[in-house]
Design a protein around this ligand. Structure first.
Ligand code: ADP
Ligand code: MG
Length: 626
């Protein structure tokens, strides 16, 4: 059989260039990546062997062996997993099937981000070998194939790789790293061992290394023919809680979460009853770069009786908890469960409900803790993931009340971290509703004219500026019996907060102003649905409001930005009859211009854009020079 020389896919070449030229922090992760590939290969074999036990051949004990050769300056990682045939070796090691490479490259080009941590995150772990090696040789044979159907793949990690058919009696794969100049530290037992302990202790199959013994004569270690297991080789989640240290939980998170920051919180439970499963779930401290992609790979791995089944089993977690990472190990699901089956399974439904509740409890514990440090953590969580959690208010009716309690806002009185409960505890005597305003930014919200009367009366208003807020509020109407009321929608009903004299004054003003209102309505008939006397303004001449049930200006602008057309709707203009500008309307002699300016200013004040800014400027200048 002859050797074949093939070229790497362009993306791989680009990637390899980055790996060898940019990655310098945390070099040691190459070992974690190669061991994790070996472990994946064993999981794949175990999975395929469910239907065909002959695949085990005569070696049913799955394991990984790590060895080194000082003279040849090589490190070798061998597994007896599924192996690869020629076509698979070419496809899997010469191309990158997954998308995300472009993103990876983009990330690496950024200044601080030249971090090897990204390697695993983007599923390009094999190539991390080239951080320490200037040649990699892979010898492999697929389980079930004949010994003569082995493959040797070899490359210096530049443009090409070679493949040739070899004879390989043993099933599985061995990856040999020919170390670069200066990488001799990897030719030491303790170095490899301690790196395995750091990253791969929880791999659920044994990792073996040759035993070494001190030889006094040679004054050096001597490698024995015996192998010893160097990792714990037990799935962490299957061990008793009391036997697992915090450090172990965190190390496991690093390994499965591709995150070098410790998690914010975790929960580990065995659930018994109608459905039996173990869950080990983590809330990360920081949002991943693609949190906003609702289709992103989630972080929960599904195992069935400790056999790995799939990554990102989205059916196990609701979308709004897509930031949660961890493991769910079920005792009830069939091993050959597919994604489609998962969607329909009753067991999965129970697991999802149970896991959702667990995560919410974990968050509630942080949020409601006596310990300020824990509450601080919750504040951190909220900054990173609050807007995602808000999706749950609409998506998860069953937990809506619990989620509402976890929400945090900015308000006119406190910069951040206001819960509904805080708000309610500060409500004024006679105040019946929880007031809020939505806007594009905090500054725009804070300076909204609609807030004036609330400020005057000392009533707190929540300031909502996340994109999901409007949507969330279309699903949430009240908190503990207190209705949620937009200050920019409908008529302001301050209820008992408004005293009789104020009401009478407003009615009287509306009466005397009637002719002016009629003229305004006429002048603005294309722009405003109605013009009326306001009760919400103190200092500003006018503001826009929409009818209860109509789309707010804020939402209409968001839709427009997103390239969607908002249904045409005209707002209501409310005018402040106490304002000099409004009082001057009648005898100004330029009623129409003033009316348009009044309207334009109301648009600008709520952060909107004018359809015809030039006309506005011209009118204002005319008025200024008149
Ligand atoms: P990932 O592991 O995220 O798929 P890698 O770059 O680490 O990405 O590996 C690429 C692919 O090469 C794997 O998906 C697998 O198909 C194949 N592969 C790598 N190492 C092994 C191995 N030890 N045994 C079998 N296949 C392997
Ligand atoms: Mg990998």
């Amino acid at each position: 059989m002859t050797k074949q020389t093939l070229s790497f896919q362009a993306e791989v070449q680009q990637l390899l260039h980055l790996v060898t030229h940019s990655l310098y922090s945390n070099k040691e992760i190459f070992l974690r990546e190669l061991i994790s590939n070996a472990s994946d290969a064993c999981d794949k074999l175990r999975f395929e062997a469910l239907n065909d036990s002959a695949l085990y051949e005569d070696a049913p004990n799955l394991e990984v062996r790590v060895s080194f050769d000082k003279a040849a300056r090589t490190v070798t990682i061998t597994d007896n997993g599924i192996g690869m045939n020629e076509a698979e070796a070419i496809a899997n090691l010469g191309t990158i099937a997954k998308s995300g490479t472009r993103e990876f490259v983009g990330k690496l080009s950024g200044e601080q981000s030249r971090d090897t941590q990204l390697i695993g995150q983007f599923g390009v772990g094999f190539y991390s070998g080239y951080i320490v090696a200037d040649r990699m040789t892979v010898e492999t044979r697929r389980a079930g194939a004949k010994p003569e159907e082995g493959v040797r793949w070899s490359s210096t990690g530049t443009g090409d790789f070679e493949v040739e058919v070899i004879t390989r009696p043993e099933r599985g794969t061995s990856v040999t790293l020919h170390l670069r100049e200066g990488e001799d530290e990897w030719l030491a037992q303790w170095k490899l061992k301690s790196t395995i302990a750091k990253y791969s202790d929880h791999i659920s199959l044994p990792i073996l290394m040759h035993k070494q013994e001190w030889n006094t004569e040679k004054s050096d270690y001597e490698t024995k023919d015996e192998w010893e297991t160097v990792n714990k080789a037990a799935a962490l989640w299957s061990r008793a809680k009391s036997e697992i240290t915090d450090a172990e939980y965190k190390a496991f998170y690093e390994q499965i979460g591709f995150d070098n920051q410790p998690p914010l919180a975790y929960t580990h439970n065995r659930v018994e009853g109608r459905s039996e499963y173990t869950q080990l779930l983590y809330v990360p401290a920081h949002a991943p770069h693609d949190l906003w992609n609702r289709d992103r790979r989630g972080g929960v791995k599904l195992y069935v009786k400790r056999v790995f089944i799939m990554d990102d089993a989205e059916a196990l977690m609701p979308t709004y908890l897509r930031f949660v990472k961890g493991v769910i190990d079920s005792s009830d699901l069939p091993l050959n469960v597919s994604r489609e089956l998962l969607q329909e399974s009753r067991d999965v439904k129970l697991i999802r409900e149970g896991s959702t509740k667990r995560v919410l409890s974990m968050l509630e514990e942080l949020a409601g803790s006596e310990d300020p440090a824990q509450r601080e953590k919750y504040a951190g969580f909220w900054k990173e993931f609050g807007a995602v959690l808000k999706e749950g208010v609409g998506e998860d009716q069953a937990n809506q009340e619990r989620l509402a309690k976890l929400l945090r806002f900015a308000s006119t009185q406190v910069d951040e971290g206001v819960s509904f409960a805080d708000y309610v505890s500060r409500m004024k005597e006679g105040q019946e509703a929880i007031y809020y305003i939505t806007a594009d930014s905090l500054a725009a919200a804070r300076h909204s004219p609609q807030l004036e009367v609330f400020r005057k009366k000392g009533i707190e208003v929540l300031l909502l500026t996340d994109r999901v807020d409007e949507w969330m509020l279309s699903h949430l109407y009240e908190f503990e019996g207190k209705p949620l009321q937009s200050v920019a929608k409908g008529a302001v009903d301050l209820g008992k907060l408004q005293d009789e004299s104020e009401k009478q004054e407003a009615e009287a003003a509306a009466e005397t102003f009637k002719p002016v209102l009629e003229k305004l309505k006429e002048a603005l008939k294309d722009r405003a649905k109605d013009v009326r006397v306001t009760t919400r303004l103190v200092d500003s001449p006018a503001c826009l409001v929409v009818e209860e049930g109509d789309m707010s200006g804020h939402l209409a602008r968001m839709l427009k930005q997103a390239g969607q057309s908002a249904p045409p709707s005209r707002p209501i203009l409310e005018v402040n009859t106490a304002h000099a500008l409004v009082r001057r309307l009648e005898d100004s002699g330029r009623f129409d211009d003033l009316a348009q300016v009044l309207f334009d200013q109301a648009v600008l004040a709520e952060g909107g854009q004018l359809d015809d800014p030039a006309a506005y400027v011209r009118r204002v200048n005319d008025l200024l020079t008149a």
